[in-house]
Design a protein around this ligand. Structure first.
Ligand code: WQD
Length: 330
C-alpha cells in the first residue's frame, strides 16, 4: 500500500517508516521538521535501501497537504505529526490545540475527499487520566492534567465521529505508553530538538556527561521503590504495532493500547541502564513533578487478540538500544 506517514522523520515515525518499508509498503513522508531532522531521511535510506518521498510541509496547511493526495494514490495515513511535550502544552495551550487538532481535521477531510479509507492515529495513554491500572480500552476517560492530553482525546473524538458519519473511513486509535529505545543499527533514535522532556533522553545525556546528574522526580509514591512506574515499550515494538494496525484495519473505529503490560520504576530503569551498558548515571532524588501520577501501565491484550501484535522486547533491550544510538551520535 501507499502510506502517508505524517511526522515520519520523528522518533516513532521514522522507526515506523523502516518497518513499513520492510513490509513492502511505499511510504510518503510529510514532516515540518519542528521536532525532527532532515538527516533522518538519509538514515532511513541507509537502513532500508529506499529513500522515501519526502514533503517538508505543515499538515495544518490544507493546500500544502492536498498536494500529497494529488501527487499520489494514498491508500492509508498514519498520523504522528503533533506537538507532544506535556509541560510545554500547559505553557502554550493554543499552539497545541491548533497544531494537533487542525492537522487531524485537515487530514481527515482530505481522506474523505480522495477516498482514503484507512487512518491510524498516534494517541497516548495520557487520555486515560488518573484511572485504575492497568489501563483498558473500554475505560471511561478521566480528565487529563494538560492540554496535550486533551488534544489527543479531542482528536480521537473527531476521528470517531467522522468515521461514524462516513462508513468507508476506518480508523485505528493507538494509545502509546512510554516509547524508548532505538533501531538496532544505532542510526535512528530519540533525538528531540532542544531540552528533552522524557526520562530516557535525560538518562542518556547524563550517561554522556552532558549533564552532571539525573533528577528523579520523587521517591515517595506508593510504588515498588517510591519512584514513578511506567509501561516502557521499545520503539521498534511500537513501530511493528503500527504496521499491524494499518494492515489489519477493520470497519469503523477501534482503539488499542500499545504497551507491554509491565510497569517499570524510574530507579529500575536507571539501574538496568547502568548494568547493561556499564556506564554510570549519577542521580539525585528531588520533589515530584507537577502533573505526574504514581504509576500507569497497559492491559495490552486487545492488540494481541485483534491485531496479532505483542511487544517482544524487554527493558534490557530498550536501554541497550537507547545507548547504542547515543554512542553512534557522540
Ligand atoms: C517518566 C517517568 C517521571 C524525567 C509522557 C506523556 C505521555 C507520553 C510519554 C507522548 C515519570 C520520571 C522523568 C526526569 C524523572 N508522551 N522522570 N526525571 O510523563 O510518563 O509520559 O511521555 O505520548 O503521553 O505524558 O513520561 O518520560 O516524562 O516520565 O524522574 O528527568 O520518569 O516522573 O515517573 P511520562 P516521562
Amino acid at each position: 500500500m501507499n502510506i502517508l506517514v505524517t511526522g515520519g522523520l520523528g522518533f516513532i515515525g521514522s522507526h515506523t517508516v523502516v518497518e513499513l518499508i520492510k513490509n513492502n509498503h511505499t511510504v510518503i513522508i510529510a514532516d515540518n521538521l519542528v521536532n525532527s531532522k532532515l538527516e533522518v531521511l538519509d538514515k532511513l535510506h541507509q537502513i532500508t535501501g529506499i529513500k522515501p518521498t519526502f514533503y517538508q510541509i505543515d499538515v495544518t496547511d490544507a493546500d500544502q497537504t492536498e498536494r500529497v493526495f494529488t501527487d499520489h494514490q494514498i491508500d492509508g495515513v498514519i498520523h504522528f505529526a503533533g506537538l507532544k511535550a506535556v509541560g510545554e502544552s500547559v505553557a502554550k495551550p493554543l499552539e497545541y490545540y491548533y497544531n494537533n487538532l487542525v492537522s487531524t481535521m485537515v487530514l481527515s477531510r482530505l481522506c474523505l475527499k480522495y477516498g482514503v479509507g484507512k487512518f491510524v492515529f498516534s494517541s497516548s495513554a495520557t487520555v486515560y487520566g488518573e484511572n485504575e491500572v492497568p489501563f483498558v480500552e473500554t475505560m471511561t476517560l478521566l480528565p487529563t492534567t494538560n492540554p496535550y492530553g486533551e488534544t489527543k482525546k479531542i482528536s480521537e473524538r473527531i476521528l470517531e465521529d467522522t468515521s461514524r458519519a462516513n462508513p468507508g473511513f476506518s480508523v485505528n486509535l493507538l494509545r502509546y505508553f512510554n516509547p524508548v529505545g532505538a533501531h538496532e543499527s544505532g542510526l535512528i533514535g530519540e533525538d528531540p530538538n532542544g531540552i528533552p522532556n522524557n526520562l530516557m533522553p535525560f538518562v542518556t545525556k547524563v550517561a554522556k556527561g552532558e549533564m552532571p546528574r539525573l533528577s528523579v522526580f520523587g521517591d515517595d509514591y506508593p510504588t515498588v521503590d517510591g519512584t514513578g512506574v511506567r509501561d516502557y515499550i521499545h520503539v521498534v515494538d511500537l513501530a511493528e504495532g503500527h504496521v499491524a494496525a494499518i494492515e489489519k484495519m477493520g470497519e469503523g473505529v477501534s482503539v488499542y493500547n500499545l504497551g507491554t503490560g509491565k510497569g517499570t520504576s524510574v530507579l529500575e530503569l536507571v539501574n538496568a541502564f547502568i548494568e547493561v551498558n556499564g556506564v554510570d548515571v549519577p542521580y539525585k532524588i528531588v520533589g515530584r513533578r507537577a502533573g505526574d501520577i504514581a504509576e500507569f501501565y497497559a492491559d495490552a491484550s486487545k492488540a494481541e487478540r485483534e491485531l496479532g501484535w505483542k511487544a517482544k522486547r524487554g527493558i534490557r533491550e530498550m536501554v541497550r538500544d537507547a545507548w547504542g544510538f547515543e554512542k553512534n551520535n557522540m
